[in-house]
Design a protein around this ligand. Sequence first.
Ligand SMILES: *Cc1c(COP(=O)(O)O)cnc(C)c1O
Length: 394
Amino acid sequence: MSQDDKLFDTSVVHDGYDAKGMLGSLSVPIFQTSTYAFETAEQGERRFSGKENGYIYTRLGNPTVSVLEERIAALEGGEKGLAFSSGMAAIASILIALTKTGDHIICSAGLYGGTFSLFNLLKEKYKIQFDISTMETREQIESLIRPETRCIYVETPINPTMKLIDLQMVAEVSSKHQLPVIVDNTFATPYLQRPLELGCDVVIHSATKYIGGHGDVIAGLVVGKAEFLNQVTMTTLKDIGGVLSPFDAWLLLRGLRTLPVRMERHSQNAEKIFSLLKDHPKVAAVYYPGDPEAFQYEIFKKQMSLGGGMISFEIEGTKEDAQHFLNLLKLIKIAVSLGDTETLIEHPATMTHGLLSQEERDAVGIRDQLIRLSVGLEHWKDIWADLKQALDQL
Ligand SMILES: *Cc1c(COP(=O)(O)O)cnc(C)c1O
């Protein structure tokens, strides 16, 4: 339930906005302005000193963006939301806000490719060390905690292997050591999984994916405690400046309204495709969070309400066979990104995770024959017909 007790499907449509005082405009107005005129010089002084609330300059806040920030906070069950120009801008701003030279981060094994590059950049330039953990047990995580550890960074379901991490367990370990847990909730969305309710501290989204849902905007969102996010607003968001434009905020508000309906259908379609892939003789393995036979199903039941739209699978063969398979598809588009209305397919070893070394890919289970599928909203029979005709030709 969201903070004012509206049910999720209602919050997604209404929270953070009241048409009253907005000339009755049902759609959230786009405040396409860079700055705001003060009534007097003294008012400008009060705004800058923080004695009076109000807008100053769009990098510091914008009414259209504020509606989106309030809405995502309600959906994740957090105190405050912040919007960024991309998922990576959000992740970088949060990590830079939390760490300084010499600090240490514990992160989950298997991360979004860009996030992994960012960890490496922080290490090379600012000597911020990180340790990677599969986070299967408390002991495993605890053994990595050092005096310089500043946070635990988790992605679940993990991209692209669909492995799950028990968020409640990680939150328990971290609160014992007073470390914040940051969760990249991009694959699940708050409709399927709400990390803050499980004891985690900060949720990050690449809103480019399911939140926007239509493949037409790049954006990032963060939800967490007001105290921490106010600090981010006044430091990394203000000083690095990766803010979201008002128009892109409006696109996200438009996409968000249908999140529950879309996630239900993405999940239904993916469940069908998952079971059909599993029975196809050319498919060697299929990975799906909602797989009832997977060793991680207990974690799934604890923290996710549906399996979502992401599947990965392995075909028999080599990298070239995987590329050949992609080339045989007709309806399904070869593209990175995910969560769009269109079904998208990609080859992690040469695309999203191509910058990792072979050893790094091996360590997280990204084999050359692994393929990632973002199941879209087309009729599942058409999605399957396309996959099947290509698999049958292998
Ligand atoms: C896409 C993605 C990101 C990065 O988001 P951008 O909006 O592309 O900057 C981060 N994490 C995950 C899990 C993603 O899928």
